[in-house]
Ligand binder design. Structure first.
Ligand code: HDC
Length: 722
């Protein structure tokens, strides 16, 4: 690999007359940088001044053929130091805030002067020099800043209250500069060196002091300042040829009250103290947003005690359900009374009241979310709900579920995969009924964003495989619009993750708006498959597998493409509005296929929708419809089509029977003129691929595509049949 070069770069090193600063200056110069060697030349307490120290270093650099100029200003006059760089070299690329002095006193004896001087040199000095360079960094879209902290700041040290305060303040300064500089390629890091220098010569034991050569730390600084290093906002500790990243960590903590309406008493704090201070699952919030997410998760848990986000105790392995849970779930996945055959999932007194088969995922998910083995599954990493995305799902229904019952689920992490940008956790969940019979098998695959790179394996033999879809065009497609409130309904079935409802939380988790539950989209797709290939009969369902490839937003329209291969129906689902594929590699395994090709269902039509969304243009036969002519008469939609501005025909959709006729109900419907809509054409028209057109075939009125319906399919659910 090429040597790290600083040719053409201009580096300002403060306090470069001796010790670490000198070491940095020499190494930068040896790698081609032009160096401003700043040193006030004072004593280690900040008294006096001299040009000697800086001059000597400049001399040494020049004698080796390097480029350097001295500067003798105090760091609190930062602009003068930067001006020296500009005057001599025309630019500035790197600022190393290294200058420092000591005024060690026990806390009781620190004078105002001791305090101010230390804060001035360390903190204000770093502020002034860095701020003077900042506009140049921004303009050239490059800059590197190092601030120098100390273990005395991170950990405290007797007799150094002023110095410790300044050193820790520098960490805060660096953290924020890293954030503000990010968009201009300005990196800022904290160095925590332990080196032999005049600040440490009488503090460190002699044996150790001799090993702590500044030259062993300077390479760390050079790397952090190189254009190829992306590290920013970090604290790097280095000494004696060793370096490590240091982080501020936070324990998992504990709620101090049970609900949002409770107050917190000192006794509550006392009683929870061991949990508050338990650092077993400590993690480092990467930024203030992550930290806030954690708080919001806690708050969410308080608002609804059944929703403690860290998948807490409130979730349970035992799942008791009745008709309300069954119906709520069906509503959550878009079952509708507008589809006659869906009524059995929605009405507890229906003669065939049934559980929609994918309801069988719910006990497993609730159990998995409560299982700490899963939240602790990734070695040395903890994560929170904002990182968790549902990745894949497999469900096998071994015995159809009754409409009420009590189920017990056992779940196990069977593999954890390292995918670099994320970790994949594979969990098997077996669900048993009250007699101990296994009724469901689920495999839940979770993608944990940002939790990879733990040197784990990349593939698993235990994961249920996705299917390869046939390469031919789909045999059938079903278009279905989700409600804007879809996630709000679905979550009530048990997955109360705020990602799906809370706009602030979703932004913090990296999404512009709340996203739909993967399992909700899965429910939609399985519904589509059952309508077409199982006559909507839940007992024909055996298993489903799918991958969630992209998030879906509530309100988007889903199109499920299906391929029939024996008892396996392959499917893939995309978003009509964006054309993005969201469910891939999917299949539903059926006990047997019942291809239902005899009915036309129109769902969720209403007059307002019809009136507001119809746009006709570019049609072959210049057939136009006037939306204002759409009327609802006796529960039946009637719409007129005009040709060349003259009434051409009246079409009628009877939502009860799902039939569409030519004719006005007032004048009497003529059933012999049934409108026929070809499945494929309908879908194509819904997607805007095909211009609506009317065709008369084989002597009887057969309409290939209906203008109104085609246009409306953008926002309607429908099942089309010959
Ligand atoms: C304990 C909790 C229990 C579970 C409960 C879940 C709680 C719910 O509230 C959460 C939800 O419902 S979230 C909503 C549904 N899910 C989604 O919207 C996720 C959509 N998928 C994505 O965005 C991307 O696939 C994404 C971001 C996941 C990955 O995309 P990329 O980063 O672009 O990854 P890519 O480069 O394509 O692939 C990298 C490697 O990862 C594998 N992979 C990709 N997508 C995966 C997925 N969905 N599931 C599993 N593995 C996946 C790839 O195969 C690849 O691996 P390899 O390099 O070995 O080929």
């Amino acid at each position: 690999m090429a040597e790290l070069s600083f040719n053409g770069r201009v580096v300002v090193v403060t306090g470069a007359g001796a010790g670490l600063g000198k070491s940095y200056a020499l190494l930068f110069a040896s790698r081609g940088a032009s160096v401003v060697v700043n040193d006030l030349g004072g004593g280690r307490s900040g008294d006096g001044s001299s040009t000697k120290a800086a001059d000597a270093v400049v001399q040494e650099i020049r004698s080796k053929g390097g480029k350097a100029v001295p500067n003798y200003d105090s760091v609190v006059d930062g602009e003068k130091i930067i001006q020296t760089a500009l005057d001599n070299f025309g630019r500035v690329d790197v600022v190393i805030n290294n200058a420092g002095i000591l005024r060690d006193r026990s806390f009781a004896r620190i004078s105002d002067n001791d305090w101010n001087l230390i804060l001035d040199v360390h903190l204000k000095g770093a502020f002034k020099v860095s701020q003077a360079a900042w506009p140049y960094f921004r303009k050239q879209n490059f800059g590197r800043i190092i601030v120098t902290s100390s273990c005395a700041g991170l950990l405290g040290n007797f007799g150094q209250a002023n110095y410790s305060a300044a050193k820790m303040a520098l960490v805060g300064l660096s953290n924020t500069l890293a954030i503000e500089g990010r968009k201009n390629n300005i990196n800022c890091n904290v160095l925590v060196p332990t080196a032999a220098s005049r600040l440490t010569e009488d503090i460190l034991p002699p044996d150790l002091y001799n090993e702590l050569k500044p030259e062993l730390i300077a390479p760390v600084v050079l790397w952090l300042c190189h254009e190829s290093c992306n590290e920013t906002g970090s604290i790097i500790e280095s000494a004696a040829g060793w370096a490590a990243k240091v982080q501020v960590v936070r324990g998992a903590g504990s709620l101090l009250r049970k609900s949002i309406t409770d107050i917190v008493t000192p006794e509550d704090v006392r009683d929870k103290w061991s949990a508050v201070t338990d650092m077993t699952n400590a993690s480092s919030p990467g930024n203030i947003q992550e930290s806030t997410v954690n708080l919001m998760i806690r708050l969410e848990g308080l608002k609804n005690p059944s929703n403690d986000s860290k998948f807490s105790e409130q979730y349970s392995d035992v799942f008791t359900y009745g008709y309300k849970e069954v119906i709520l779930y069906a509503l959550g996945i878009g079952s509708s009374v507008s589809i006659n055959s869906d009524l059995k999932y929605l009405y507890e007194s229906h003669e065939n009241f049934s559980v929609f088969p994918t309801f069988g995922i719910i006990p497993a998910v609730i159990s998995v979310m409560s299982n700490s083995a899963i939240t602790n599954a990734i070695p040395n990493k903890t994560f929170d709900l904002s990182q968790v995305l549902h990745g894949e799902q497999y469900l096998e229904v071994l015995t159809s579920l009754p409409t009420e019952g009590k189920l017990k689920t056992e779940c196990n992490v069977v593999d954890v995969l390292d995918k670099g940008k994320g970790a994949v956790i594979i969990v098997d969940a077996d669900t048993y009924d009250e007699n101990g019979n296994k009724v469901l098998y689920n495999q839940i695959v979770t993608f944990v964003v940002g939790a990879g790179n733990f040197n784990g394996k990349n593939q698993s033999t235990k994961i249920k495989l996705l299917a390869n879809q046939p390469s031919r065009a789909p045999d059938y497609s079903f278009v279905d619009k989700t409600l804007i409130d879809q996630a709000a309904i679905y979550r009530l079935s048990g997955d109360l993750n705020p990602l799906h409802i809370d706009p602030n939380f979703s932004i913090l988790a990296g999404h512009k708006t709340p996203i739909l539950h993967g399992l909700c989209s899965l429910g939609f797709a399985v519904r589509h498959v059952l309508y077409k290939y199982a006559n909507n009969n839940p007992s024909l369902f055996k298993a489903v597998k799918v991958r969630f490839t992209k998030p879906v937003l509530p309100g988007q329209t889903l199109k499920t493409d299906m391929w029939h291969e024996n008892t396996r129906i392959h499917f893939q689902t995309s978003i009509v509005e964006t054309k993005q594929t969201v469910l891939t590699g999917g299949y539903v395994e059926l006990h047997s296929v019942q291809d239902s090709t005899s009915k036309l269902h129109l769902n969720r039509i209403n007059a307002d929708e019809l009136n507001s969304n119809i746009i006709f243009d570019g049609m072959q036969d210049r057939i136009n419809a006037d939306p204002s002519l759409i009327k609802k008469i006796n529960g039946i939609f009637v719409y007129n089509i005009t040709k060349n501005n003259k009434p051409a025909a009246t079409w009628t959709a009877d939502l009860k029977t799902g039939k569409v006729y030519k004719g006005n109900p007032k004048e009497g419907i003529k059933p012999d003129t049934t409108l026929i809509i070809e499945d494929d054409d309908m879908v194509d028209m819904a997607l805007g691929k095909l211009n609506p057109q009317v065709a008369f075939l084989k002597g009887k009125l057969k309409v290939k595509g209906n203008i109104m319906l085609a246009q409306k399919l953008r926002s309607l659910s429908m099942e089309t049949k010959l």
